[in-house]
Write a protein that binds this ligand. Structure first.
Ligand SMILES: [Zn+2]
Length: 405
């Protein structure tokens, strides 16, 4: 609960922020419609839009046709090329550097391999040096750069400035990543957990405002999730909201998880867990289709796609492993449905591109559920592409939140 009062600067910032979000969600709008949508007087809208036009944040984009001879309503929109945002995404063994325009279109994108347990200082220096080189190569004027959005796997500190634990991406814990990136680039940095950043990017491209609760599930390295309430992505009391990958699903004797516990959902249902279980079970008798595929390419490490393809082709052993994963994952998602009552669950990750896995999961989600809890479960329409812009979009969103000030 906010107990502080509003001074004039904060009111100005808040109105400008609301205007940017209104234009982002609705596309071009007239001043009259902005006034109606935002509940501000036409005079107030005229003043705010005049300031933002002069700053180049918004631009005029045609006019509404009028039936009468009255004044035509000029449309306003966010100027997509007025500013750009930089992004640094740090995952396990991979980092992505990016820049996007105000509408999320890409200016540049570069992926770099980094070692697991990477030295945090060295890696941050290397990534920032390359990021700055890319901004020069693409001739991005410094005055147009909003800042750096930083997304990293793992848990952040409560102030969202440091990485408490990146579970193997960076070797150091409690690492002040925002401060370091600000010092190395000279730009303001905002930090978010990688899965929350992906969900924020999904919502940005969906142009969504506040609505019912939503849940975003990502299965890639491990199993991560993020959720919204009243349109806001939740962090929880210890920055671990929606960590369903670490719900215990095996009571005793489960496998060791990246979090240090045993028997987590991630150790059964993540792509790596499915591939690992299949490699352990590989035999001519139990997994004949997978066995033959492996014999044809013995040097290729077992991958979840191999297991799903074998299961889809009727391999009973592979099918059992996939079913175990599906049942565990669906069980966790059913808990989400009853707890959160979301209006949709978005699925993100390569497993959901496989029709066999997706249809098994959707089928399993029906088991034991009643009609009043039928939640729309859908693969993200941006599946496996949001990593390209998610980090940089954090800085665009930060600009919207600050009213472009
Ligand atoms: Zn775990």
């Amino acid at each position: 609960m906010t107990l502080s009062g509003d001074n004039l600067m904060r009111v100005k910032r808040s109105n400008r922020s609301a205007l940017l979000y209104a234009l982002h969600q609705n596309g071009a709008m007239s001043r009259k419609r902005l006034s109606q949508t935002m509940g501000l007087t036409p005079a107030a809208i005229t003043k705010i839009t005049a300031d933002m036009l002069s700053e180049g944040l918004i631009r005029e984009s045609g006019a509404l046709p009028t039936a009468s001879a009255g004044r035509r309503e000029i449309l306003l929109e966010i100027h997509p090329d007025s500013r750009c945002a930089l992004g640094v995404l740090i995952n396990l063994r991979k980092a992505t550097l990016s820049a996007v325009r105000m509408n999320g279109t890409s200016v540049f994108l570069e992926e770099l391999a980094i070692p697991a347990q990477a030295d945090a200082d060295k890696t941050t220096e290397l990534l920032c040096a390359r990021l700055m080189a890319l901004t020069e190569e693409h001739e991005l004027p410094p005055e147009q750069i909003l800042g750096v959005g930083v997304a990293v796997r793992g848990i952040l500190t409560p102030d969202c400035r440091s990485v408490a634990d990146s579970f193997g991406a960076l070797a150091q814990k409690d690492y002040p990543l925002c401060d370091r990136i600000e010092a190395l680039t000279g730009y303001h940095a905002v930090l978010e957990n990688n899965v929350r950043a992906l969900f924020a990017a999904q919502r940005f491209f969906d142009r969504e405002g506040s609505d019912g609760p939503q849940f975003f599930l990502r299965c890639e390295y491990g199993i991560g999730a993020a959720m919204t309430i009243d349109g806001q992505i939740q962090h929880g009391s210890t920055q671990q909201c929606a960590e369903i990958g670490h719900i215990p699903v095996i009571r005793r004797g489960g496998k060791l998880c990246s979090c240090g516990k045993t028997g987590c959902l991630e150790t059964v249902a993540s792509p790596a867990a499915i591939a690992e279980a299949a490699a352990d079970a590989l035999s001519e008798r139990d997994t004949p289709i997978l066995w033959r595929a492996h014999r044809a390419a013995p040097d290729k490490p077992m991958d979840v796609e191999d297991v799903l393809t074998a299961a889809a082709g009727g391999d009973a052993g592979a099918g059992r492993i996939v079913d175990e994963a599906v049942i565990a994952l669906a069980g966790a998602l059913k808990s989400v449905v009853y707890l959160l009552d979301p209006n949709r669950i978005v699925l993100y990750g390569r497993m959901f591109d496989h029709p066999y896995f997706l249809s098994r999961l959707l089928g399993e989600m029906q088991e034991g559920m009643d009609g009043s809890h039928a939640v729309a479960l859908e693969k993200s329409r941006y599946n496996r592409t949001l990593d390209r812009s998610a980090a940089a979009l954090l800085a665009v969103r930060d600009c919207f939140d600050r009213g472009g000030m």
